[in-house]
Structures are given as C-alpha cells and as structure tokens.
Unconditional design. Structure first.
Length: 147
C-alpha cells in the first residue's frame, strides 16, 4: 500500500516491539535500580519514548487495517494524498504551524529570561529559532533554483 509508504508493516511491528522493550526496561530500571535524580529523569524519558512508539505504531497499524478492509480505498486515498491541491494545503498548514511554533519558542525564551534560567538554555532556545530561519532561507534559495 503506497499510502503508508513511509513505514511498512514490518517496520511498524519493529517500532511497536522497540516501544514495548523501552517501556518495560524503563519501568524495570526505575523500580529496581537507584541511580539518582538524573538517572531517574533519563529513565522517565525512556518510558515516555517507549509509550510514544507504542501509541504511534498501534494507531498506524489500526489505520492500515481499516484501509485494507475496503477494496480500492487504498488507491483512492493515494490519489487524494498526492493531489496537487491537497499537497499545497498540507504544505501551507505545515508552514503556518512552523511559524506558530517558532513564536512559542520566542515566548518561552522570554519567560526563561524573566525567570532567570541558565544562559545556556536561553541560548539553546534562541538558537533553535534562528536555525529555523536559516533553514528557511536555504530552502527558499534551493527551490528558487529548481523551479
């Protein structure tokens, strides 16, 4: 099925198993190993990553199964997905959401300045904002040459 071309069923199953593995290992280590505060935070991140992989791969599996139940639906969805109008709408939505996210980063940076957070964190956040604009300029130049 080309609609789910990004991740095949086999890859999806591997992601699900990896998620279950990370989740269980994180739970096991957090309850049976005392590694201090930083280690505990790392284990919490591992549990969250495992849970995210489980949820994402389960939802993707459900969508694939639902599409497979209806014959010819896969081809219709593929045509709709690759339609020029839908592609333009998708790219425009991504662009606008990227701008909103960028301004949220700026607000978070200001809050960090007001709350007197460490400078490295403020510079990291502002670096993300600046890198977004640098990537934007690079891609604008690239696409101007191609089109």
């Amino acid at each position: 099925m080309k609609y789910e071309k990004m991740i095949s069923k086999k890859t999806n199953l591997l992601l699900l198993l990896l998620g279950i593995f990370l989740f269980l290992i994180g739970l096991y280590l957090i309850y049976f190993v005392d590694g201090g505060d930083e280690f505990s935070r790392l284990l919490t991140l591992i549990i969250a990553l495992g849970g995210g992989l489980i949820g994402g791969s389960t939802a993707r599996w459900y969508r694939i199964k639902r599409i497979e139940k209806i014959p010819n639906k896969s081809k219709e969805i593929e045509i709709e997905y690759n339609d020029e109008r839908n592609t333009l709408i998708r790219y425009k939505a991504k662009s606008i959401s990227g701008e909103i996210t960028n301004w949220i980063f700026v607000v978070v940076a200001y809050v960090c300045i007001v709350k007197n957070y460490p400078l490295w964190l403020i510079y990291l956040i502002l670096g993300i904002v600046v890198s977004k604009y640098i990537f934007e300029i690079i891609f604008i130049k690239k696409y101007n040459k191609e089109l």
